[in-house]
Design a protein around this ligand. Sequence first.
Ligand SMILES: Nc1ncnc2c1ncn2[C@@H]1O[C@H](COP(=O)(O)OP(=O)(O)OP(=O)(O)O)[C@@H](O)[C@H]1O
Length: 283
Amino acid sequence: MSAPILSAREVRLNLGGHEILHGISLDFEPHRIHAILGPNGCGKTTLIKALCGATKLSHGEVRLDGESISRLSASAMARKMAVVWQGGHITGDITVRRLVSYGRYAHLPWWQLRPPAHDQAVEQAMARTGVLPMAERRVETLSGGERQRVWLAAALAQEPQLLLLDEPTTYLDIAHQIDILELVRDLNQTMGLTVIAVLHDLTQAARYCDHCVVMGDGRVLRQGSPDQALSWSAVAQDFAVDSWVTHDPDGQRPVIQPRRRMRDTDPETWPSTMPAELHHKQR
Ligand SMILES: Nc1ncnc2c1ncn2[C@@H]1O[C@H](COP(=O)(O)OP(=O)(O)OP(=O)(O)O)[C@@H](O)[C@H]1O
């Protein structure tokens, strides 16, 4: 494994007087797409906040390229890492081009407000995400899918090595979900961008990601390739869902079709409690 671009060591984090993350240690390899998965409320967004330094840790450390993020300035971090939050909101009269150009702040030297490379990076980010045709439109007039692309463009304008995405497909119809995930994969393959994305759809995670981290109750329950992390028994134990798990014909990635909730997720008890048809499933 190459040296991690981002790593968490024994990360604990309190919110509202409760410990939400209970000692998380993770390594994220560069140039790969990592999925953060898990049931509602298990701490995925909180983990993203911890990884990008948006919330103070109560214990542990996050390292970006080997350096503790607690010692990095905001602009030093922003030159390496960009974050797109879930359904980002914008108020006020701001055009797409202006919003995307905000992504350049970390790169602007104090003596020169708009070096040529600044405008070029903004145009390139808009071109890559397909928002150039709407560059002069006001962001608040865009649809949810268009807005998601604009936030992604602002993140790309930062020219980061690492992109953190919190549920990038929320509020999008299925075609726009695929558009965003294809774009993320393209950025990963053509620019070597490392991506860490919180996702809910297990089949999409399996299809687009190299490494899956499954969380439960503020802890990492398991991690590995899509095949390791999203087998039938893994999905049964971690999500309490009985599913059909097959493989897609092109990439041979797992396809997970949820069938019903399971009441008992303890594998020790499955033979006595599961309906007979489930006994034959892949374990
Ligand atoms: N500011 C806060 N104060 C108190 N508790 C919080 C705060 N933010 C989040 N929590 C709690 O922390 C837990 C984890 O929340 P988080 O948003 O990280 O979960 P999640 O896995 O991203 O959930 P979802 O899939 O529903 O988006 C939840 O129980 C949530 O209620």
